[in-house]
Design a protein around this ligand. Structure first.
Ligand SMILES: Cc1cc2nc3c(=O)[nH]c(=O)nc-3n(C[C@H](O)[C@H](O)[C@H](O)COP(=O)(O)O)c2cc1C
Length: 225
């Protein structure tokens, strides 16, 4: 009888310890989910457009650029077309973009339309960046989707990239200038591919504080109950 009671107590102790361990695991898991959520919100809110003028002279490693683009690659996309294509310009290729953009500016801005400040800015943006990434979209070869589905997927990929850039302490912005055709001349695109702008990537100058604001979300939401 005594032995039987002892066994029962051992089983109860074992069950109690197991429950306690499970509860502890559940609490940890809950805390981790809450923490992930907080971190994600912070990353979303802290992402900013960081312009080339705000970059330091430091360069980003190519491996890091690839790692960041790998996050872009996880964007949602319809019919698994993965329509994003990236052409990474650095060194001389990037400087060539500055030269060509400057030429484009001069050819398209005569007389009063010409501004020396704008001309200089257009030429120097690629020089100041560590890498310039041409953001391209390729169409589904079977044409199963409207173009905007593919463009939306590319925009999702850019947001992934931008958030990863920001979380890594780097900076950048999506530029969509009228001289995008110049970029297309410098890169090797597939049939049906087209350029949706460039992502300027760099290392922000230290102590850079960028303010941002948005209108209230309540003004952009309609509820139907
Ligand atoms: C599709 C797209 C195109 C953009 N093109 C330009 C551009 O050509 N020049 C520019 O200065 N900023 C451009 N931006 C960046 C916006 O100006 C910037 O996101 C906006 O001012 C909000 O600032 P934030 O990114 O710091 O929140 C673009 C952003 C998006 C999403």
């Amino acid at each position: 009888m005594l032995m039987f009671c002892g066994a029962k107590i051992s089983i109860l102790r074992f069950l109690y310890a197991s429950c306690e361990a499970l509860f502890f695991e559940y609490q940890m898991c809950k805390m981790s989910v809450e923490n992930d959520y907080k971190v994600l919100l912070q990353i979303i809110r802290n992402r900013r457009s960081v312009y080339p003028l705000m970059f330091s002279d430091e360069r980003v490693e190519d491996d890091t650029v690839l790692e960041l683009l790998d996050q872009a690659n996880w964007a949602p996309n319809h019919k698994k077309t993965e329509p994003w294509r990236f052409h990474v310009l650095s060194g001389g290729a990037k400087d060539m973009l500055g030269k060509k953009a400057g030429e484009w500016y001069v050819n398209n801005h005569n007389g009063d339309a010409y501004s020396a400040v704008k001309h200089k800015k257009i030429m120097s943006n690629p020089l100041r960046a560590s890498h310039v990434i041409a953001i391209c979209m390729t169409r589904d070869p079977e044409g199963r989707l409207p173009q905007w589905h593919e463009e939306a997927a590319v925009a999702c990929a850019v947001q992934n990239l931008w958030l990863a850039v920001s979380a890594k302490g780097l900076g950048g912005f999506w530029s969509t200038p009228p001289f995008v055709s110049i970029v297309e001349e410098l890169i090797d695109m597939e049939d049906g591919e087209h350029c949706m702008g460039m992502f300027y990537l760099g290392v922000p100058q230290p102590d850079l504080h960028l303010e941002a604001s948005r209108g209230a979300i309540q003004d952009k939401v309609k509820w139907y109950r």
